[in-house]
Design a protein around this ligand. Sequence first.
Ligand SMILES: [Zn+2]
Length: 168
Amino acid sequence: MPVKEILLLGNPLLREKSKDVVDFDSQLNTIIDDLRDTLIDFQKRKKIGRGIAAPQIGILKKIIYIHLSNRSFALINPEVIEKSTETFEVWDSCFSFNVAFFVLTKRYTSITVKYQNQKGEILTEKFSDDLSELVQHEIDHLHGILATDYLVEKNQIIMRKEWEKIKK
Ligand SMILES: [Zn+2]
């Protein structure tokens, strides 16, 4: 399966709203394979990144792929059905920024998400902390929202080299 080109900040497709997946067919499996290959290629080259959303490869469908050291899975048609009142701040970047800079964003500490898996089965799962932040970031992509949209203050954006100095 081919590695796809990742669309960069400024590409209007990143601002579109994605559509629901209706057919759980071979075309869907191909998109998921492409997302996985593109994500793994990017992780290897940039040494960072755990998730990707279909609009980032130009496909306006509600598909997210997450690749962690212990788990890889697709979230299809994800919908946040519950949010914690508690929030936390995290430095966030994006493949679509080429991970060149980081933006300080406020995220819910935990979220409960209803989604479908690759077979179309409906699941409900609670994500906490760094996984909560990751899933919120990827769901934002499906609504045309990027981390830079959260910028309100001057000190909220830093280059990767500066981030390396402060990351835990
Ligand atoms: Zn992103």
